[in-house]
Design a protein around this ligand. Structure first.
Ligand code: ADP
Length: 487
């Protein structure tokens, strides 16, 4: 008697739990799937009242829905239903809601199936949020397609790629046919393959993919592409996917190549007459010196200065065109950095007599690098320091060891640079155009060339500066031979 009371109490307790559960729960007993218990939430889904308790499920649900429950009963296997849409009248409004269903066969102590437990969880919010996200993605995809940019999604585990039709068009392929990652990679121009491989390796480490390269279409024609991508990681920070865009930059590249060829040709043509102009001027200077004509000496020296300025500019343009076409090569040798700085300063003191140049170094440091090109960088830093700081102010050059690197810095007390300009000054043709630089001429290629020279040496170039107070331009070169040394 006591046992029976306990059983009744236990059943009552379970029924209460089911009634109060925040999810929809019902229990269907036996092969006829008799509704034995159903909480308020499931009654709402079925749009019924408690009077259905004791009815077979087939009396209240459609045959297809009953079949799913019956299958679970008969097979003994749990059945899941995801995001099932159901129209419900809630608070007087009929709307569409979404539910995840679980049909769990229930067994007795002898392992016989005695019924099916139905549990439904509402997932309307999640489904709507996902649909909104999918809509936004679709709109973005359409917008990207409209701009002629191809987009792709690369699975980094099995190398599968999902490519937009525009990507296929950029590669000269049929937009209706699917492409493989290998196929796309195989179309990269042989000379640019290592560049793309390096960009890929870098992306796996740093998370960002970016390169400009040539591709060869199946008809043999060559096209330029620009690709950028971003790596997505799993919870263990393992790279799993890469999303990116690719666009055709053939037209821009052709224009750049034409411009570059023109600059190279014009600079080359100007070099010869300028060299003879310089030789004649020097001849005239020595003649004027012999004749003791001070006016001619001074005028001709000024001419020579201007010729030197022009010659530096032309060499700068030639170097720039070499960089653009990847033809700037380093001539590596071992040399003493202090000796080099002293040589450069001897020249600079002459052309900047109104500035106070000083050089600090505690020890002599040997470095393996292109002496002439490094000289060009230091000389550019000093010329800029002179140009962008007031007469009479100090310019300090420091050479020292900095961890594993050699650091060369040039500090001035000049106009300084805004934070926003500190990165951009190293870009080609970039010049700060404001009150402070008015009247100071230049082409904005000196720092670009310096940055490229340091990049070729696997070094680092940067500036620390405060507007109105001054700047410190510096570069670091790796001291150790082996990895990190210039090729
Ligand atoms: P250029 O001096 O011929 O314009 P650079 O490439 O050498 O070309 O310099 C780019 C720009 O960086 C300059 O136009 C100037 O605005 C800024 N800049 C360079 N050096 C300094 C400096 N020491 N102080 C302040 N601004 C500088």
């Amino acid at each position: 008697m006591k046992n029976k009371d306990q059983n009744i109490a236990a059943k009552q307790h379970i029924d209460d739990l089911i009634i109060q559960a925040p999810v929809a729960i019902g229990f269907l007993k036996g092969p006829d799937l008799i509704i034995e218990s159903a909480n308020t939430n499931i009654l709402e889904l079925w749009e019924k009242q408690t009077d259905i308790i004791g009815w077979p499920l087939a009396l209240i649900l459609k045959p297809d829905d009953v079949k799913l429950v019956w299958d679970a009963y008969k097979s003994g296997h749990i059945h899941y239903g995801y995001e099932t849409p159901i129209w419900l009248n809630r608070n007087g409004h009929i709307n569409l809601f979404y539910f995840d269903f679980v049909y769990q066969p229930v067994k007795d102590n002898d392992n016989n199936i005695i019924g099916v437990m139905v549990v439904a969880t509402e997932v309307t919010k999640q489904v709507i949020a996902r649909q909104l996200l999918e809509d936004a993605e679709e709109r973005l995809r359409l917008a990207i397609e409209a701009t002629g940019i191809g987009n792709w999604d690369l699975d980094l585990v099995n190398n599968d790629v999902i490519a937009s039709p525009t990507l296929s068009v950029i590669f000269g392929l049929d937009p209706d046919e699917s492409v493989t990652h290998m196929e796309l990679r195989g179309m990269i121009h042989p000379d640019d393959k290592s560049l793309v491989n390096d960009a890929y390796k870098k992306a796996i480490k740093a998370g960002v993919y970016s390169y400009e390269a040539r591709i060869v279409w199946t008809d043999g024609s060559i096209h330029w592409i620009r690709t950028t991508g971003k790596i997505l990681y799993d919870a263990l920070h393992k790279p799993v996917r890469m999303l990116g865009t690719t666009h055709d930059i053939t037209k821009r590249k052709q224009e750049e190549i034409m411009k570059n060829d023109f600059i190279a040709m014009a600079s080359h043509e100007l070099k010869t007459p300028l060299t003879s102009l310089k030789a004649y001027t020097q001849l005239l200077v020595s003649k004027a010196q012999k004749a003791g004509d001070d006016f001619f000496i001074s005028a001709l020296e000024k001419s020579e200065n201007q010729i030197n300025k022009m010659s530096r500019l032309i060499h700068g343009f030639l170097d720039m065109s070499k960089i653009e076409s990847g033809k700037l090569k380093l001539n590596i040798q071992s040399f003493d950095m202090n000796e080099l700085v002293v040589e450069i300063m001897a020249d600079k003191v002459l052309i900047a007599p109104d500035h106070v140049l000083s050089f600090k170094s505690k020890q002599s440091i040997q470095i393996t690098a292109d002496r002439e090109k490094i000289a060009q960088v230091i000389s550019n830093f000093i010329s800029n320091a002179v140009k962008y700081s007031p007469k009479g102010s100090a310019i300090t050059i420091v050479v020292k060891k900095h961890n594993e690197d050699l650091k060369v810095s040039v500090k001035d007390a000049g106009i300084g640079l805004k934070k926003s300009d500190q990165q951009t000054v190293f870009q080609r043709f970039y010049r700060v155009e404001d009150e402070s630089t008015r009247g100071l001429s230049g082409f904005g290629i000196g720092l670009y060339l310096s940055a490229e020279i340091i990049r070729l040496h696997h070094g680092k170039i940067a500036v620390e500066s405060e507007e109105g107070k001054g700047s410190e331009f510096y570069f670091l070169l790796p001291l150790e031979t082996g990895e990190g040394q210039p090729a």
